[in-house]
Ligand binder design. Structure first.
Ligand SMILES: N[C@@H](CCC(=O)N[C@@H](CS)C(=O)NCC(=O)O)C(=O)O
Length: 222
């Protein structure tokens, strides 16, 4: 059984969606970011970076994996699903996965920080990260106008990783106007039952928990 340590955020949803898609049984351990549980000593032994998500594979000698991209690859290799074996097709999936991990995630993450949480509004920083996110969406548009899915016309872990972030474009203040291929793909991936199920893990925060998480984020960033 896989034990998933997660919270209701894009990086967390990547893993719950993948587990749902792959039909792997798992238990969920909700980590309260509001209470900074991710920085506690017991959790740092699972993820030295002190962030969610992480997994422990209890069917593989209690093997722990952190970093959402590495978790997606681990689960794909474990099940033989959503990551092709043929070298070129596999490389294309990994290229788009890295594009998410090194580009879309960090840029949208920083857009959220400066647009939503920073104690002072710094227009240059907000603009910089929103514009860079939009540029990355335009890169995706060029690919998605001729391809059903992002890597190979076949659904993969790269779609899971990218969709988890891009679906939150409104929260980041980044428009998808004028990007018909991206919008089609957002609807296509978003309509998958496993995506909807995975995005509901863990259940949405109460208003109080949400306020506490926002306050903690603001304190960490002050
Ligand atoms: N590169 C990491 C990023 C993980 C990450 O930033 N997680 C956020 C939630 S989406 C988190 O745990 N934030 C709390 C903190 O920074 O302490 C991954 O992809 O797993």
């Amino acid at each position: 059984m896989i034990e998933l340590f997660t919270a209701a955020t894009p990086n967390g949803w990547k893993v719950s969606i993948a587990l749902e898609e792959m039909g792997l049984p798992y238990t969920t351990r909700f980590i309260s970011l509001g209470k900074l549980e991710q920085k506690e000593e017991w959790f740092l032994r699972i993820n030295p970076n002190g962030r969610i998500p992480a997994i422990i594979d209890h069917d593989n000698g209690d093997f722990a994996v952190f970093e959402s991209g590495a978790i997606l690859v681990y689960l794909a290799e474990k099940t033989g699903k959503l990551l092709p074996a043929e070298p070129k097709a596999r490389s294309r999936v990994l290229q788009w996965l890295m594009f998410q991990m090194g580009g879309v995630g960090p840029m949208m993450g920083q857009a959220n920080v400066f647009f939503r949480y920073a104690p002072e509004k710094i227009p240059y920083a907000i603009d910089r990260y929103q514009r860079e996110s939009r540029r990355l969406f335009e890169v995706m548009e060029r690919q998605l106008k001729d391809h059903l899915y992002i890597a190979n016309d076949e659904y993969s872990i790269a779609d899971i990783a990218l969709h988890s972030w891009v679906a939150g474009h409104e929260w980041s203040g980044v428009s998808v106007d004028g990007l018909p291929g991206l919008r089609r793909w957002l609807d296509l991936v978003g309509s998958r039952p496993a995506v909807q199920k995975g995005r509901a893990v863990p259940p949405p925060l109460s208003a109080e928990e949400r306020a506490q998480t926002v306050e903690s984020a603001k304190k960490m960033l002050a």
